[in-house]
Design a protein around this ligand. Structure first.
Ligand SMILES: [Zn+2]
Length: 425
C-alpha cells in the first residue's frame, strides 16, 4: 500500500476515505483527495487504535485498517473462546464464522489453532473507482469469508493480468454473467461483485434475495461470473494505471484526434480493440460498418480488431464459454436501461419471454439491437453458436463512465435480473 498524506491523490485515497467513513470516522466526500478533513479522520482513527497520531498513512496505519478493508482476520483460538463469544467481540455473526471455517467443529475448538473471523458487514466498496487490484483483493476476501465460492481464471489480458471467474452454486443449470467488456463501463464490475457478496451473505443465513431462495438457487444452478473482462482498460479509466507508464502513453496516442475525453472516453482493451466487436458473429459486417464510420485502426472505441478473437480477453471469454454448456448468458454494459435479447433472425425459444420477465423486475425495456452495433458482440456470438438465450443488459442512464453515485439504483434495478437469470435458464 502506498504512503498517503496531505496532498496525496488517487484510488488509494478513495479506499482510505471509504474505509474511514465505513468505520464512522467522517472522512467526508470520497473524492480521492487527501485534505484536512481526511487527515483529521486518520488522526481520530490512529488515536482510537493506539498508534502514533501523525495523520500520515504509513505501514502501521494500513496494518490497522487492513482487517476492515479485507473484511476478515486470522485469529488464534484462546482458552474459553466460543464462536458466540467471538461473534460478540468482533461484531460479527456465528453463522458468518461457521461459514468461513467449514472444517472447524464449533463444539470442539482447539486452543492455538487458526481460524478466520469475518469483520464488518461488507467487503465490496460501492463508493470508489473500482480498479483491478481492488477487485482481486475483494475476490480473495470473499473467498476467505465464503469458502464455498470457486475462484479460477479464464485467461490473461494483453498486459498479462489474470482474468478471474467466480462460481456460485453447485447445481447443473449453468449460466454465465460477465461485465466490463468496455473499460469505461466498470460500474458493471461493482454490480457483479456486490451481487456475489450479497448472494453469499444471504445464502449462509438461508435467506431470500429478490424473492428467490438463495439456497435453492445454489443447489439448482451454477452462476459463473466474470466480473471484469477488460481489466487493463478498466485500470486506464479508473486512474489505476500511472500516466507515466508506457501503456498509458500508448493509449493516449491512440486516443489523439478521436475527439473523446481521455482516459474517461476509453472503451477498448489497452491496445485499442473494442472487445465487444471482436467475436465471430458476422464480424465482417461489423468491420464494414465501423470502417465506413471511420473506425479503421486501434483507438478508444469501435475498432473491431484485425480478426475475430484477435484479443486475448475475447478469446478467453470464447474458450471459457465453449468449455461450459451455459444455458443463458448476461453481458453487462452501460447505459440506457435496455435489455438487448436478439441477434439477427436467430430464433431462440423462450428468449423473448425471459427478456419480458427481466423487464418486469427491472423496469428496463426489451429492445432489438440497432443495426450499427448489432454485430460481433459476445451475446451475438453466444446466440449464433449455441442457440440459447443471451442478453446484453445496458444498465443505468447517463453518459459513460456513469458516476459511482448511481450504483444503488443500478443494483436495485438489476438484482431481480441476476437472480432470475439463473432460475429461468
Ligand atoms: Zn458497452
Amino acid at each position: 500500500m502506498p504512503l498517503l498524506k496531505i496532498g496525496s491523490r488517487g484510488i488509494y485515497v478513495q479506499l482510505l476515505q471509504s474505509t474511514l467513513n465505513k468505520l464512522g470516522y467522517g472522512a467526508g466526500t470520497v473524492d480521492g483527495i487527501f485534505g484536512t478533513r481526511t487527515e483529521n479522520a486518520v488522526k481520530r482513527f490512529q488515536r482510537s487504535v493506539g498508534i502514533t497520531v501523525d495523520g500520515v498513512v504509513g505501514k502501521n496505519t494500513w496494518n490497522a485498517l487492513m482487517p476492515y478493508i479485507d473484511g476478515y482476520i486470522n485469529y488464534t483460538v484462546k482458552s474459553g473462546d466460543t464462536f458466540w463469544k467471538l461473534a460478540q467481540t468482533f461484531g460479527t455473526s456465528v453463522n458468518a464464522i461457521i461459514a468461513a471455517n467449514p472444517n472447524v467443529d464449533p463444539n470442539n475448538l482447539q486452543v492455538g489453532s487458526e481460524i478466520i473471523i469475518p469483520i464488518g458487514n461488507a467487503v465490496v466498496p460501492t463508493d470508489i473507482s473500482y480498479s483491478y487490484d481492488i477487485m482481486m483483493s475483494n475476490i480473495n476476501s470473499l473467498k476467505r469469508r465464503y469458502p464455498f465460492l470457486k475462484v479460477s481464471t479464464i485467461g490473461k489480458s494483453v498486459s498479462g493480468k489474470d482474468i478471474p471467474v467466480v462460481v456460485i452454486g453447485s447445481g447443473s443449470k449453468k449460466v454465465c454473467y460477465n461485465a466490463s467488456h468496455h473499460a469505461n463501463e466498470w460500474i458493471t464490475s461493482v454490480l457483479l461483485m456486490k451481487f456475489i457478496e450479497n448472494f453469499c451473505r444471504s445464502y449462509i443465513d438461508d435467506g431470500i434475495l429478490a424473492g428467490q431462495s438463495t439456497r435453492k438457487l445454489f443447489e439448482n444452478s451454477s452462476i459463473h461470473i466474470v466480473p471484469m473482462v477488460n481489466p487493463d482498460g478498466v485500470d486506464l479509466v479508473t486512474g489505476a494505471l500511472s500516466p507515466d507508464s508506457q501503456e498509458y502513453r500508448n493509449a493516449e496516442n491512440l486516443s489523439r484526434g478521436s475527439g473523446l475525453p481521455f482516459p474517461s472516453g476509453w472503451k477498448a482493451n489497452i491496445r485499442g480493440v473494442d472487445l465487444n466487436l471482436n467475436y465471430p458473429a458476422e464480424w465482417d459486417e461489423a468491420r464494414r460498418i465501423k470502417f465506413e464510420q471511420g473506425f479503421t485502426k486501434p483507438g478508444p472505441r469501435d475498432y473491431v480488431g484485425p480478426s475475430p478473437f484477435s484479443e486475448p480477453e475475447s478469446r478467453a471469454m470464447g474458450e471459457y464459454t465453449r468449455n461450459n454448456d451455459f444455458a443463458l448468458t448476461l453481458a453487462y454494459h452501460t447505459q440506457g436501461e435496455i435489455i438487448f435479447w436478439k441477434f439477427l433472425n436467430y430464433n431462440v425459444p423462450g428468449a423473448y419471454d425471459i427478456a419480458l420477465r427481466f423487464s418486469e423486475v427491472s423496469g428496463y425495456s426489451p429492445e432489438i439491437t440497432p443495426i450499427n452495433s448489432g454485430y460481433a458482440g459476445y451475446k451475438d456470438w453466444f446466440i449464433q453458436d449455441f442457440g440459447k438465450p443471451g442478453y446484453t443488459i445496458e444498465a443505468g442512464r447517463g453518459s459513460n463512465p456513469l458516476p459511482i453515485s448511481q450504483f444503488p439504483e443500478i443494483y436495485k434495478d438489476n438484482i431481480g435480473i441476476l437472480m432470475l437469470g439463473a432460475v429461468l435458464a
